[in-house]
Design a protein around this ligand. Structure first.
Ligand code: NGS
Length: 279
């Protein structure tokens, strides 16, 4: 039972929202080309989303308080599809949530992991978020039972992706979409900051979790289904294996503990909080 594994953000009280887990089996099919794209302002108004992409249910007390962190650069149409899809999806789960898009300035190679750290740091400044979802903008969760909230153990949410024919490619994969409580994330000193370019940062993060004795959890393959929006595959970074080799030496010194970055710009956009950073 998924419900038993969840880590609530708020104590239960009168009129707590329920989480509706219906045991829906496999997902609806998803065709991004056919997905409607509403004007962001109109959509925010229609769905009652507050500036900066914040929402919470008003007819019951939410159980979960979540910051969704999306690292971003140069994926405009994917971002539009994602926002269009994800708000109704999250609202159906009765979450108290806010979405952060952390865009990296053009200066250096993309650093997905460091952008997650920046997202955590910036989100923490504006609210005491209990739970963090760190995920890529090209991943569309297909099953409404895949609760965007935290579990007692760090959770790999995207274990069943169409591009892998809905199979997990290797047991240590902890990329794509993951959920951790603030406590869990802080316990491992966040992500490493050294992974510029594609690959390895998620493997490094997995080894951090293992080193701190965390077991990870996954929901079943029916629930954890994602559709990946198509894009050209990045060429992997050549430094990634060298960085992974000395991972263990950097757990305490490389991560939230030495995080340095510069916010160049930020805006409360209708469907998300946007932060542009040099990392
Ligand atoms: C591994 C990468 C991970 C990556 C995973 C899946 O090889 O960062 O593939 O990638 N590790 C290294 O490069 C060391 S995927 O097929 O989804 O693009 O997440």
């Amino acid at each position: 039972n998924i419900y038993d594994e969840m880590e609530r953000s708020y104590p239960p009280r009168d009129n707590s929202c329920t989480i509706s887990v219906n045991g829906r089996r496999s997902s609806q099919l998803f065709y991004p080309e056919e997905h409607p794209r509403e004007d962001p302002v109109a959509m925010a108004r229609r769905l009652g989303i507050l500036p900066g992409g914040q929402w919470k249910p008003l007819n019951c007390h939410p159980l979960f308080n979540v910051a969704i962190i999306l690292p971003y650069r140069n994926r405009q149409s994917q971002l539009a599809v994602f926002m269009n899809y994800i708000h109704p999806f999250l609202q159906a789960q009765n979450l108290d949530y806010r979405i952060f898009v952390i865009e990296q300035s053009p200066m250096r190679e993309f650093n997905r992991a460091k952008l997650f750290n920046v997202g955590y740091a910036e989100a923490t400044k504006v609210n005491d978020f209990h739970c963090f979802i760190f995920q890529d903008v090209d991943l569309i969760p297909q099953n409404p039972d895949n609760i965007y909230a935290c579990t007692k153990m760090p959770r790999h949410m995207s274990s069943s992706v169409n591009t892998f024919r809905y199979n997990l490619p290797y047991t240590g994969l902890f990329g794509g979409a993951i959920a951790l409580t603030r406590k869990q994330f802080e316990r491992v000193n966040g992500f490493s900051n050294v992974f510029y370019g594609w690959g390895g940062e998620d493997d490094d993060f997995y080894s951090r979790l293992q080193s701190r004795g965390f077991q990870i959890t996954r929901f079943g393959p029916d629930v954890a289904q994602y559709y990946m929006l198509t894009h050209k595959k990045e060429s992997p970074s050549t430094a990634r294996f060298a960085n992974l080799e000395n991972s263990a030496r950097r757990y305490d010194t490389d991560g939230l503990s030495n995080l340095e970055y510069r916010v160049l710009n930020h805006q409360l956009r209708p469907l998300y909080s946007w932060i542009l950073a040099d990392v």
